[in-house]
Design a protein around this ligand. Structure first.
Ligand SMILES: *[C@@H]1O[C@H](CO)[C@@H](O)[C@H](O)[C@H]1NC(C)=O
Ligand SMILES: *[C@@H]1O[C@H](CO)[C@@H](O)[C@H](O)[C@H]1NC(C)=O
Ligand SMILES: *[C@@H]1O[C@H](CO)[C@@H](O)[C@H](O)[C@H]1NC(C)=O
Ligand SMILES: *[C@@H]1O[C@H](CO)[C@@H](O)[C@H](O)[C@H]1NC(C)=O
Length: 368
């Protein structure tokens, strides 16, 4: 079960960006390694991938068993100098629909300062940013209907358990605390896992960004096309139920001055695929969870999927009350609205605000 070390590289983060910060950085550079971790999934998933609740309300006869081992690709980043306390903590970063691990660290020099991975590493915290099953460099099942929230949530939970029991790299001890941080559909993956596992969840805290309750059947305002039609050269052989976004404008604020137009182009060129099932099963977020750890949701006030134009995120106390109903046993529950941010909180000019919020939450949840 040892991960395979593919390559190791060290990147130095430009120190000047962090001089204004009040947090003390443990070091100005980080070591990052790409890993592949085998994860065993044995779950019941809906026979109908369009089931709006992802199988959470299904009876046995409408479910089928999926028993597979997948390779999960991830980029692990660790400060060169870790304090003994933060050495026990890892953030498991889960990207959203049609993104990859690169959402947490855009792989281009120009957008290096949009790296949450780098930001958090400079504040002494380790992270593992994964590609979900079906995406990027992780296993892509031939049949897209195998990739449902029940599948990816189980894979992510198994991975969290792996991080707590097994050394992922020579010299890196198993972690005592795993904080799950999701974005958009990645937050739904973590939310789904919390519904399934409740108090048995391996996560010591959940931070769900770009995700609020979605009533089943609500159309998500993101245009989807079969990936094989969108980019035949790259995805021509895929099951047509692997889909991608034909326009990504709703992932950004309606205010075009709030993000770099070059980021928009970069984002379009680096998009990946997702399964149609995970686009349809978002109603699972309307179900209750008995998760007992601390939880926070962070959403942008200009998020076109949830907030902008809806009035839903104006009264934060009311929004928090509405969301908290589904997390009755959470140790703590907060909703934060990042002013000015779009759905992709990490990729616009306001990103540093949410970055600080996330680091603060991780510190609060782990007592660092
Ligand atoms: C199980 O669920 C399916 C789909 O919702 C439904 O058609 C069927 O009647 C249910 N079967 C039983 C035994 O409840
Ligand atoms: C995918 O798997 C499901 C369930 O086993 C099956 O009904 C469907 O026909 C498969 N699709 C393809 C393209 O093989
Ligand atoms: C996105 O990139 C594709 C090429 O991959 C290009 O054809 C398309 O015009 C781009 N769309 C936008 C909105 O930039
Ligand atoms: C990255 O740099 C740009 C240009 O200097 C700035 O506007 C943006 O806020 C920065 N992003 C972050 C996350 O610090």
């Amino acid at each position: 079960m040892l991960p395979f070390l593919l390559r190791t590289k060290v990147f130095a983060l430009s120190l000047f960006l962090y001089l204004s910060s009040t947090s003390v950085a443990f070091g100005e550079s980080c070591g990052c390694s790409s890993l592949v971790i085998p994860v065993h999934v044995d779950v019941l998933i809906p026979k109908d991938p369009a089931d709006p609740f992802g199988g959470l309300k299904s009876n046995a006869s409408s479910l089928r068993r999926l028993d597979e081992t997948y390779s999960v690709f991830g980029v692990f980043c660790q400060p060169n100098i870790v304090s003994p306390k933060s050495a026990d903590i890892i953030q498991l970063l889960v990207h959203g629909f049609s993104y990859t691990n690169q959402y947490w660290s855009p792989a281009t020099e120009e957008f290096r300062n949009y790296s949450y991975t780098g930001f958090t590493c400079n504040r002494g915290l380790s992270s593992l940013a994964i590609d979900l099953v079906g995406v990027g460099l992780s296993t892509r099942p031939v049949n897209a209907s195998d990739v449902q929230y029940a599948t990816t949530a189980a894979a992510v939970s198994q991975l969290a358990r792996h991080l707590k029991t097994t050394s992922i790299l020579p010299g890196v001890h198993p972690f005592k605390k795993v904080i799950g941080i999701g974005h958009s559909a990645g937050s739904i993956v973590l939310n789904f896992g919390a519904i399934v596992e409740g108090a048995q969840s391996p996560f010591d805290g959940l931070i769900l960004t770009g995700e609020l309750i979605v009533e089943p059947g609500t159309p998500i305002p993101v245009p989807l096309t079969a990936a094989r039609d969108d980019t035949p050269l790259r995805w021509g052989n895929l099951d047509p139920d692997y889909v991608t976004t034909s326009s990504r404008s709703t992932f950004y604020s309606p205010d075009p001055t709030s993000f770099s137009s070059r980021m928009f182009i970069f984002d379009n060129f680096t998009k990946d695929v997702g399964s149609l099932a995970t686009a349809l099963q978002v109603g699972a977020t309307s179900l209750m969870t008995h998760y007992t750890g601390p939880v926070a949701k962070v959403v942008g006030s200009k998020d076109q999927l949830f907030c902008a134009g809806t009035g839903r995120c104006v009264d934060v106390a009311a929004l928090t009350a509405a969301e908290r109903v589904l997390w009755p046993e959470a140790q703590s529950f907060d909703v934060m609205v990042a002013q000015g941010s779009g759905h992709d909180l990490n990729l616009d000019f306001f990103a540093e605000g949410p970055f600080n919020t996330l680091v603060h939450l991780v510190e609060q949840f782990t007592g660092v």
